[in-house]
Design a binder for this molecule. Structure first.
Ligand code: FAD
Ligand code: MLT
Ligand code: ZN
Length: 451
C-alpha cells in the first residue's frame, strides 16, 4: 500500500518531488526550534493547485494522513509530520502575479516567502501590512494559516486582515477558489476568513489574494529605556498619539543580554535599564519630530532614549528586538508560549510570571519580550524541557486567570491543543469540531493540530 501510494504521488508530481531519502527529508521532519519532530512516509512537493488536489485525493483513497508545511518557521509544532504521514510542502507553489495597482492587491502562490512578496511589491510603491523576523523563510500560506501577527498589527491588523481572497484544496481534493478580492461581498459564510487561521486543518491554501498598503518611505525608530512593564505600557499610551505609529515592541534587560552575547552588538545605552520599548513611525514625510514629541510627552517614564531615521541606524535598533528568537534558541531549546493579556492587566501578569514559572520549573530561565501594544507577550522558558507540560500548564492558567488568550499569534498547533478550553468555550470547541468533521470526515488533514 505504501509503495503504491508513493508511486501514485510520483506519478502526480514527478519522480524528483516525492522524496523518501531520509537524509533529504530530515529537514522537513523537525521544526525551527528543534522541539517538535515526526517521521514522514514521504515528502511531496506539488507545483500547482491541480497537483495538490490529486495528492490529497490519492492520500484520502489510501487512508493516509497529510501534514501541510510552508516555510517550517511555525513555533507550535504544527508544521512537522505525524509519524507515517505524507508531508505536503508548498514551497514550489510560489509565483507572484503582476500587482493589481488599481485595487492595490496582488495574487501570490502560497509558497512564496514574505520577503519575496515584499521585494515584488515595494518597487511599485506598495507594501505588505504584516512583517516579522522570519520574513526570509515564512510563506504567505503559512502566515495566513496561522493568522500571523508580527510588528505592524497596531496599524494594519493581523494576516487575516490582509487576505482578501484565496484558493484552497479541501481534504477530498475539491478546490475552493475565491480570488476576486472584492471589498464588498456579503454572500454567506466567509470561507476565506475561516481558512485563514485554520492552521491547515480544513484545507491546503495554494494561492492568496493580498491587500497591499502604501510603502511609506520616511521612517523613525526610537529605543526607549523604561523602569519596567507598567512604564512600558504608559509609554505606549503616550506614543499612540502619533498617527504614523507602526510598531511598539517590548524587551527586558536579560533578553538584551542574550541578544548581545549572540550578536556582539554594543549596548544601546551607557547604563543598563530594566526594560526597553522600541517604537517605529512611518509616513511620507519624516515622522521623527512627532515621535520625539510623543516620547517627551511621556515625561518621567522615559529613562533614556535613542532615535534613528537612517536605514542603518533603524536596522541596528531593530536587531536588539528581532534577534531575540534566534538568540534564545542559541542558548537552548525553549518552551515557547505566546500569550495575550488585556493591557490593563499586562503588568500584573508579567509580575506574577517569574514565581509561576519557578514553581513549575525551578532551574529554568525566563525570557520575556513581545508586541506590547496588543498585550502580546512571548514567554520563553529555557532549561525547562523536562517540565514542559507543568510549566506550560502553570503559565497558560495564569494568563487565563487574567482574561488572556493562550495563543496571541503563533496558533495552537500541537503544543497548546490540550489547553484550548482555557481560551475557547465548550460550545465554540464543539462548533469547531463540527466544521472539521464536515470538511474532513476522515480526519486526515493535519491530524492533532488545533483540535
Ligand atoms: P509553517 O511553519 O510551515 O506552518 C505553520 C502552520 O500552518 C502549520 O500548521 C502548517 O500545517 C500550516 N500551513 C502552512 N502552509 C499552509 C498552507 N499553504 N495551507 C494550509 N496550511 C498551511 N509569528 C507571528 O505571528 N509573529 C511574529 O512576529 C513571528 N516572528 C517569528 C520570528 C522568527 C525568527 C520565527 C522563526 C518565527 C516567527 N513567527 C512569528 C512564527 C512563524 O514564522 C509564523 O507562524 C509563520 O506564519 C509560519 O509560516 P510558515 O510558512 O513557516 O508556516
Ligand atoms: C517574535 O515576535 O519575534 C516572534 O513571534 C517569535 C518568537 O516568539 O520567538
Ligand atoms: Zn511575535
Amino acid at each position: 500500500m505504501t509503495d503504491d501510494l508513493v508511486a501514485a504521488l510520483r506519478a502526480i508530481v514527478g519522480e524528483a518531488h516525492a522524496l523518501t531519502d531520509p537524509s533529504v527529508v530530515a529537514s522537513y521532519e523537525s521544526d525551527w526550534t528543534g522541539r517538535f519532530r515526526g517521521t514522514a512516509r514521504c515528502v511531496v512537493r506539488p507545483a500547482s493547485t491541480e497537483e495538490v488536489a490529486a495528492v490529497l485525493s490519492a492520500c484520502l483513497a489510501a487512508g493516509v494522513a497529510v501534514c501541510v508545511q510552508g516555510g517550517n518557521t511555525g513555533l507550535v509544532g504544527g508544521s512537522v509530520p505525524v509519524d507515517g504521514a505524507v508531508l505536503l510542502s508548498l514551497l514550489r507553489i510560489a509565483p507572484i502575479e503582476a500587482v493589481d495597482e488599481v485595487a492595490a492587491q496582488v495574487t501570490v502562490g502560497a509558497g512564496a516567502t514574505l520577503a519575496a512578496v515584499q521585494q515584488a511589491v515595494r518597487p511599485l510603491g506598495f507594501d505588505v501590512g504584516v512583517d516579522f523576523a522570519a520574513r526570509e523563510s515564512c510563506t504567505v500560506g503559512g502566515m495566513a494559516s496561522t493568522n500571523a501577527g508580527g510588528e505592524r498589527v497596531l496599524r494594519y491588523g493581523t494576516m487575516r486582515a490582509q487576505v482578501v481572497g484565496l484558493e484552497a484544496v479541501l481534504p477530498d481534493g475539491a478546490v475552493v477558489s475565491r480570488l476576486a478580492g472584492l471589498p464588498k461581498d456579503n454572500t454567506g459564510y466567509d470561507v476565506v476568513s475561516l481558512l485563514a487561521g485554520a492552521e491547515g486543518t480544513l484545507g491546503v491554501i495554494t494561492k492568496l489574494r493580498l491587500r497591499l498598503v502604501p510603502l511609506l518611505p520616511a521612517r523613525a525608530v526610537a529605543l526607549v529605556a523604561v523602569a519596567g512593564t507598567a512604564e512600558a505600557v504608559e509609554l505606549v499610551r503616550a506614543v499612540r498619539a502619533v498617527p504614523s505609529l507602526e510598531a511598539a515592541e517590548l524587551f527586558y534587560a536579560d533578553g538584551l543580554e542574550l541578544v548581545r552575547a549572540h550578536t556582539n552588538l554594543p549596548a544601546p545605552f551607557a547604563e543598563p535599564h530594566p526594560a526597553y520599548v522600541l517604537v517605529e513611525c512611518a509616513d511620507r514625510e519624516d515622522p521623527g519630530d512627532d515621535l520625539l514629541s510623543a516620547i517627551e510627552a511621556a515625561g518621567d517614564v522615559v529613562l533614556d532614549a535613542t532615535v534613528a531615521s537612517d536605514t542603518r541606524g533603524r536596522h541596528a535598533l531593530w536587531t536588539y528586538r528581532e534577534a531575540h528568537t534566534e538568540s534564545i534558541s542559541a542558548a537552548g531549546i525553549p518552551v515557547k508560549l505566546d500569550v495575550a493579556v488585556p493591557l490593563a492587566a499586562f503588568a500584573d501578569c508579567v509580575a506574577a510570571l517569574p514565581d509561576t514559572v519557578a514553581a513549575a520549573a525551578p532551574a529554568s530561565r525566563l525570557i520575556l519580550f513581545g508586541h506590547v501594544n496588543e498585550g502580546n507577550l512571548h514567554v520563553n522558558i529555557l532549561d525547562a524541557l523536562d517540565q514542559d507540560e507543568a510549566v506550560s500548564d502553570a503559565v497558560l492558567k495564569l494568563v487565563a486567570s487574567f482574561g488572556g488568550s493562550i495563543s496571541a499569534e503563533h496558533g495552537v498547533g500541537r503544543a497548546k491543543r490540550d489547553w484550548l478550553p482555557l481560551s475557547r468555550s465548550a460550545t465554540e470547541i464543539a462548533m469547531m469540531r463540527s466544521i472539521k468533521e464536515a470538511v474532513d470526515p476522515a480526519g486526515l488533514l493535519n491530524p492533532g493540530v488545533l483540535l
